[in-house]
Design a protein around this ligand. Structure first.
Ligand SMILES: NC(=O)c1ccc[n+]([C@@H]2O[C@H](COP(=O)([O-])OP(=O)(O)OC[C@H]3O[C@@H](n4cnc5c(N)ncnc54)[C@H](OP(=O)(O)O)[C@@H]3O)[C@@H](O)[C@H]2O)c1
Length: 260
C-alpha cells in the first residue's frame, strides 16, 4: 500500500463495509482521518481502534448525508476545524431492491440525495480547495450497476450510472488542476449493503462475492496510480468488458438475472 502519511483523508460511510476498510487501510498507511456516517457508536469505536493501532489523528463527524445541505454543512464543519482534506473518499451509498412503482418515493429520493447529490456536492466543495492548492485526490464509489440497466435496482443503478459518468468526466477535467479523480466500480461485496437493500445473496452469486478489504485496497491502489476507472476482481472485469458485445435490451436482462 502506498504511503499516505501526513495526508488527511475524509471517508464517507466509514461505519461499515467498504468505507470501514478504506479507513483501516488509510490509517495503516499513515493518513489522518475524518470519519463520516450516521451511526456514532460505530464511528467512535473505529476511531479509537485506529488511533490506538496506528497513532493517527481521527475526527468523527456524525451526519446524515441524504438530508438537504448536508454536504455544505460537513464542508463548513471541517473548514471551521481548520482541516485540509487531501483525499476525499466518496463512499457512502444506499441501494434498495424492489419494484420501481411500488417503492415509496421517499426511498428513491434517499438514494438520489445520498448517491448523487451528496457525492456531487462534496466533490464540488473539496475539489475547489484541491484545485486552488494544485493537488488532491478524489475517489468516487460507483458500482458495476453503473454500466448497465438493472431492473428492480433501477434507481440505484441509475444513480451509479451518474457517479460513473461524473467520475470519468472529472478524471479528465480536473487533471490539469492537479486533482486526481478515480471511480471505483465494485461488483458483489460482502458488507451490510444487501441486507440494507433487502436482497438475499445465495446460490452461485454468493461465490462471486468479494471482501470489502480487497475492494478498498484495489480502489486505493488505483487512486495512487491515478487510474480513472477501476473494476475490482477479474470476473467482474471480464463481465463488464464483454457487456459492449450485447445490445442494451439484452444487458437489461443480464442486469435482472444478476439481481433476481
Ligand atoms: N456491497 C456491494 O455489493 C456493493 C457493490 C457495488 C457498490 N457498492 C457501493 O459501495 C459503497 C459502500 O457500501 P457498502 O457495500 O460498504 O455497504 P454498507 O456496509 O451498507 O455501508 C454503507 C455506508 O454508507 C453509510 N450511509 C448510508 N446512508 C447514509 C446517510 N444517509 N448518510 C451518511 N452515511 C450513510 C452507512 O453508515 P450509517 O448507516 O452509519 O449512516 C455505511 O457506513 C456504496 O456506495 C455502495 O453503493 C457496494
Amino acid at each position: 500500500m502506498n504511503d499516505f502519511s501526513g495526508k488527511t483523508a475524509l471517508v464517507t460511510g466509514a461505519s461499515s463495509g467498504i468505507g470501514e476498510s478504506f479507513a483501516n487501510l488509510l490509517a495503516k498507511s499513515g493518513a489522518n482521518l475524518i470519519l463520516v456516517a450516521r451511526r456514532e457508536d460505530r464511528l467512535n469505536a473505529l476511531s479509537e481502534k485506529l488511533q490506538a493501532d496506528f497513532n493517527v489523528n481521527v475526527e468523527v463527524i456524525v451526519k446524515d448525508l441524504a438530508l438537504p445541505n448536508a454536504s455544505e454543512s460537513l464542508y463548513q464543519q471541517t473548514t471551521s476545524m481548520g482541516i485540509q482534506v487531501d483525499v476525499l473518499i466518496n463512499n457512502a451509498g444506499l441501494g434498495t431492491h424492489g419494484s420501481f412503482l411500488d417503492m415509496p418515493l421517499a426511498k428513491h429520493h434517499q438514494m438520489i440525495n445520498l448517491n448523487i447529490i451528496a457525492l456531487n456536492d462534496l466533490t464540488h466543495f473539496y475539489g475547489q480547495d484541491m484545485a486552488k492548492r494544485g493537488q488532491g485526490a478524489i475517489l468516487l464509489v460507483a458500482s458495476i450497476a453503473g454500466f448497465l440497466p438493472v431492473p428492480k435496482f433501477s434507481t440505484y443503478a441509475a444513480t451509479k450510472n451518474y457517479v460513473l459518468a461524473l467520475g470519468e468526466a472529472l478524471g479528465n477535467e480536473l487533471k490539469s488542476k492537479g486533482v486526481t479523480v478515480t471511480t471505483l466500480c465494485p461488483g458483489g461485496t460482502l458488507t451490510e449493503f444487501m441486507d440494507v437493500a433487502g436482497q438475499q445473496i445465495d446460490g452461485i452469486r454468493s461465490l462471486a462475492m468479494m471482501s470489502s478489504d480487497k475492494v478498498a485496497k484495489t480502489g486505493l491502489k488505483a487512486l495512487t496510480r491515478k487510474k480513472r476507472v477501476i473494476v475490482p476482481g477479474w470476473l467482474y472485469k471480464l463481465g463488464i468488458s464483454s457487456l459492449r458485445l450485447f445490445p442494451r435490451r439484452l444487458q437489461a436482462i443480464f442486469g435482472q438475472l444478476a439481481t433476481d
